[in-house]
Design a protein around this ligand. Structure first.
Ligand code: NAP
Length: 460
């Protein structure tokens, strides 16, 4: 059974769901394709009525949406509520701004007139991960629905209740059947959806492996895709950083969502003048986290999303140590029920160690000591990933200079990489391609059509 809601806090199975049949899948695609023909003809104002209503409902029902997140993937309840609000904000943002983002763009040709018009592609297919079970869906669905596309989504196997709740949100908001469709489907059926000629674009957020498979399939079909993949973000601390505040952000950047963020701070690169003091304070702060029920507001360390995620992470740490890394703290599962991992810090990770290049998806920090800014930049760029990153310094101009030399899609100065509706999100290298959110995210699956008006006079 691939769609199972299991509470990682106690291992109890909450609900299981059957995959749909091929016949049901065909009906769903046909419904979406028919819906597109109606939805595309609606005005922005008409679409905005539905999309704004979805945002309003989500804002009104924060608790109702937050609880399944905590139950299915173990996110601390306060963070789950925060994710619901962020998702609703994203939906509201596109309801308000989509028309302006996609307004015809006047060009200035040497003669006559020309403009770029934006028109929707059609039915889009998204494959989405469990770590932000609504935010990921909101940032795919909201801009595309406002653009006049309709969307079908295969969500991760471990968050089916969130997937179903998000689909219901759109129906509650008055969206026509087929505008937003949740698909409980197998990997074979994913391939079939991508191959289907009625599907006009594919977006995936997830691991590099899944990205290669899904992007490859989309490529074989000559379909546009966007890929939001993994990361191993550098968190650079320069010698003039405010140490106490930087450590607070280091803990947040590492531990938000129990370290299971694509843009979590993963490689802590600290200039040697501050390295010992940083490490000491960072370790003390991580050691103070309290494991417990993620539904309990007093808990500061939740479980990982699944037992298998914990087994994978523990094995990665073990392998890193076997290949020469030093364990500063943690390193194994916590001796209690549930998928709990000790906050962990590894140092002495040399380039030959697989850990040097891997993504650690959980509460594991890789710590590197460097001589100076130049070494910090070189190390930050020595990665196949290129998603986010951050630089901590009291000198903002210096921070911006360093940021401009880091080969990733996003770099923050004096804050870990994070997300808001109005800032573009995405990476380069193995972290993928394309952007979501902001005015950029809505441009990915629209036809930028040139409409030219020229003189009718034939050439002499
Ligand atoms: P994952 O295993 O790649 O799963 C992501 C989605 O892809 C799930 O719906 C999964 O379905 C599906 N999938 C996986 N392999 C597939 C295949 N061969 N064919 C069809 N579908 C497939 O990733 P994850 O472990 O859930 O999520 C963590 C990864 O996502 C990390 O690497 C993280 O950095 C990345 N991420 C990136 C961003 C970003 O914006 N760049 C944001 C969040 C997460 P099942 O669950 O059914 O296997």
């Amino acid at each position: 059974m691939s769609y199972q809601s299991i509470n990682p806090y106690d291992g109890k199975t909450l609900k299981t769901f059957e995959e749909i049949s091929d016949k049901q899948l065909e009906t769903a695609i046909a419904t979406a394709a028919a819906c597109f023909e109606v939805w595309r003809k609606k005005s922005y104002a008409e679409r905005a009525v539905v999309v704004a209503k979805a945002a309003k409902l989500m804002h009104e029902r924060v608790e109702e949406f937050a609880r399944p997140v905590t139950l299915e993937m173990g996110k601390l309840i306060a963070q789950a509520r925060g994710e619901v609000v962020l998702s609703a904000d994203i939906i509201a943002y596109y309801a308000k701004h989509a028309e302006a983002f996609l307004a015809p763009e006047k060009l200035t040709p040497s003669s006559g007139t020309a403009e770029i018009q934006s028109s929707p592609f059609g039915v889009l297919f998204g494959v989405e991960p469990w770590n932000f079970p609504y935010y990921q869906l909101a940032r795919f669905a909201a801009p595309n629905l406002m653009a006049g596309n309709v969307v079908m989504v295969k969500h991760a196997g471990c968050v089916p209740q969130c997937a179903i709740a998000f689909e219901k949100l759109w129906l509650d908001a008055g969206a026509p059947a087929g505008a937003y469709t949740n698909l409980l489907i197998s990997y074979d059926q994913v391939n079939r959806v991508i191959d289907d000629p009625r599907i006009k674009g594919v977006a995936l957020t997830g691991s590099v492996e899944a990205g290669k498979t899904v992007a490859g399939r989309a490529g074989q079909n000559l379909k546009k895709s966007t890929m939001e993949l993994g990361g191993s973000d550098a968190f650079i601390v320069l010698e003039d950083a405010d140490l106490d505040k930087t450590v607070q952000w280091a803990v947040w950047g590492k531990m938000n969502n129990t370290g299971q963020c694509c843009v979590a701070a993963k490689r802590f690169i600290v200039v040697e003048a501050l390295a010992d003091r940083f490490l000491d304070k960072f370790q003390t702060a991580l050691a103070a986290l309290k494991p417990g029920d993620p539904m309990d507001a007093a808990t500061t360390l939740g479980p990982l999303s699944t037992e298998s995620a914990l087994i994978k992470l523990e094995a990665q740490v073990k392998n890193a140590v076997a290949k020469g890394a030093t364990l500063v703290m943690g390193g194994k599962r916590i001796n209690r029920s549930g998928a709990f991992m000790e906050p962990t810090i590894l140092t002495d990770i040399k380039p030959h160690n697989p850990a040097f290049r891997e993504e650690f998806f959980g509460p594991v920090a890789l710590f590197f000591r460097v001589k100076n800014e130049e070494e910090a930049i070189a190390l930050a760029n020595d990665s196949e990933f290129g998603l986010g990153g951050s630089v901590f310094t009291k000198d903002i101009e210096r921070g911006k200079r360093v940021a401009s030399r880091i080969d990733t899609g996003m770099v923050f100065v004096n804050h870990p990489t994070w997300t808001t509706p109005d800032l573009p999100f995405g990476g380069v290298k193995n972290s993928g391609y394309g952007r979501e959110l902001s005015s950029m995210g809505i441009q990915e699956f629209v036809n930028k059509k040139l409409v030219r008006v020229d003189s009718i006079d034939a050439p002499a």
